[in-house]
Design a protein around this ligand. Structure first.
Ligand SMILES: NC(=O)c1ccc[n+]([C@@H]2O[C@H](COP(=O)([O-])OP(=O)(O)OC[C@H]3O[C@@H](n4cnc5c(N)ncnc54)[C@H](OP(=O)(O)O)[C@@H]3O)[C@@H](O)[C@H]2O)c1
Length: 339
């Protein structure tokens, strides 16, 4: 353990997208631990769209990060000092933590991260912490997707979207993905087995959804919001289900966000709309992991990791999610894997 470390702080509330001065990096002393505490060496952080929500003053599902505080992420680290009975030195732990090389925890919200036989640590952390469980819970519990149904997924080439589409295929559905480039669309149809993909930057999404789902959608799985949500609402079947997993297009909104213009289809098509927060399903994680790992090992679930090296690159990494510049699950490597 060194004496000093790097840490990123929330410096200035962004007006819309992230700004160059949204975060500031400082060198600070590595904190000492007290009774009942552990010192954790950061190994990996995932970058999640919801991190942008934490920078707002919205009444949200979690406390915000306040200006002046260290920025926060879902993290994986190694206990390097311990005065806590439950976490011995050498234990791998996951939980919310600061964008920093080290941090102190009293153990609340901290979980021992299991060893997954046959899966690299970076893959396990990247796919099994947030994205994989979100896709599986979203389809099984929220969409209640059934074989033979047609589903559309937005931000389909992203971490959650790509897994959602492949699991929907495994569940026997017809799957249409919406993504922001021809290369992303080709990946969905040529490598991941999506039945169709729509480039929302070059195509009329409603017209293309109608073409690929002439009878309408049973399920619309929303990761973006705004025009995408309206497109899905426009082409729903009677009794369709709209899953609100994410609204990334609106997380940086400067003002009030308008509701969907096609909201009337909630009545006209007798729809159900339901949102969810994956943190509410932590008790199901062991079962979700077993299922996801079985598919991964059988080659039925593919994914890409967009891993950036070094804590310095954390702001850049987070920004990729909002520009669409990411190719797979965005992660930052802060330190080496434990020996
Ligand atoms: N409910 C939950 O518990 C839960 C858990 C995890 C994630 N989520 C949500 O799932 C969504 C995906 O998250 P992720 O971590 O997997 O990120 P991701 O999909 O890997 O990356 C975000 C993608 O969103 C698309 N995007 C960004 N801004 C957009 C805009 N203005 N209009 C259209 N598309 C835009 C971009 O793809 P293109 O290149 O295709 O534009 C970008 O690559 C987010 O909305 C997130 O909040 C929800």
């Amino acid at each position: 353990v060194t004496d000093r470390m790097q840490c990123w702080y929330f410096n200035k509330r962004p007006r819309e997208g992230l700004d160059a001065d949204t975060f500031v990096k400082r060198e600070v002393p590595v904190p000492d631990i007290g009774e009942g505490e552990v010192l954790i060496r950061m190994v990996l952080m995932t970058m999640d769209a919801t991190n942008r929500v934490w920078l707002t003053e919205w009444d949200s599902y979690i406390d915000p990060v306040n200006v002046g505080d260290p920025m926060r992420a879902f993290t994986l680290g190694e206990v390097v000092q311990s005065k806590h009975p439950d976490f011995a030195v050498g234990t791998l732990v996951s939980g919310l933590g600061p964008w920093a090389e080290y941090y102190v925890s009293d153990g609340s919200g901290l979980q021992a991260f299991p060893h997954f036989e046959g899966v690299d640590l970076v893959d396990a952390f990247g796919i099994l912490t947030v994205a994989g469980p979100t896709a599986l819970v979203g389809l099984r519990e929220i969409a209640k997707l059934k074989a033979g149904e047609t589903i559309a997924i937005t931000a389909a080439a992203g971490a959650v979207g790509a897994l959602t589409g492949q699991i929907a295929k495994i569940m026997g559905a017809r799957v249409i993905g919406v993504a922001g480039s021809d290369a992303k669309c080709a990946w969905l149809t040529d490598e991941l087995g999506f039945d169709a993909a729509i480039n929302y930057k070059t195509e009329d999404v409603v017209a293309s959804l109608r073409k690929h789902a002439p009878d309408g959608l049973d399920v619309h799985f929303e990761n973006v919001g705004g025009e995408m949500l309206d497109a899905g609402l426009t082409v729903m079947k009677n009794y369709g289900r709209v899953v609100i997993c994410g609204l990334i297009a609106t997380y940086g909104a400067a003002g009030e966000v308008p509701g969907p213009y096609m909201f009337r289809n909630m009545i006209m098509r007798r729809l159900t709309m339901r949102g969810f927060v994956i943190l509410d399903y932590l008790d199901q994680y062991p079962e979700l992991w077993t299922q996801l790992l079985q598919w991964i090992k059988a080659g039925r679930l593919k994914y890409r990791l967009n891993l950036l090296e070094g804590l310095d690159r954390a702001p850049e990494a987070l920004g990729l999610l909002f520009s669409g510049g990411n190719d797979g699950k965005v992660m930052v490597r802060v330190g080496a894997d434990p020996a």
